[in-house]
Ligand binder design. Sequence first.
Ligand code: 5RP
Length: 252
Amino acid sequence: NAAMDAGILLPSSPSVVFTQDDIKKIAAYKAVEYVESGMVIGLGTGSTAKLAVDRIGELLRQGKLKDIVGIPTSKITHEQALSLGIPLSDLDSHPVVDLAIDGADEVDPFLNLVKGRGGYLLREKMVESACKKFIVVVDESKLVNYIGGSGLAMPVEVIQFCWKFTAERLRRLFEEAGCVAKLRTFGEKEEPFVTDNGNFIVDLYFERSIGDLKAASVAILQLAGVVEHGMFLDMATTVIVAGELGLTVKNK
Ligand code: 5RP
């Protein structure tokens, strides 16, 4: 199942200098080229996914896309899509999603992902695991040699009840990988971050690789108190990577 690189698509000309944001936008727009009229589309969350949702709204307005149904992965994306006039539904009414477009926080060489640094991992995983095609858009900084390799958080959504107990059980699961578990907070008062689903997020940091990702996933999900984790294993079908030299498309 090795990932395949499909080459650089957008060499920047010497006379045009693209900013990182421009490149992200071009990559998001590239992902939207996979959207066809009549499709049910999973709408991701985050700064990159937002650009893709804007583009879908624009193409609908221009009449270049028709009969799209959007399935948002967060309350914030729901609001954005509503304001753009994208017809919306949910998994109850549309249990099969043709295509989803979203960002990610880490992408490993096998196209396994970490998602959820924005805190939306649960709905993202529900929608994106119902998809026939899942297109991920990232910049090069998100590419890692192994999951956890960025040294940044791997989020786990937990219920609020006795979250410290759950955080400690999570830490102990990955003691050999030098795991640190921290409750996600926001603002100067360091209030707990509450997800769209009313839960907390425990961020896991690893000093070393956690090894077998499927085994890690099973072990995390077996803990009572855990709702979902941010490893998206074997889910992405295409990853579009935006780099200084342009776009690279990696297919499963
Ligand atoms: C939110 C996510 C985002 O997709 C991820 O954090 C990437 O965001 P951005 O495109 O802003 O870098 O998983 O839960």
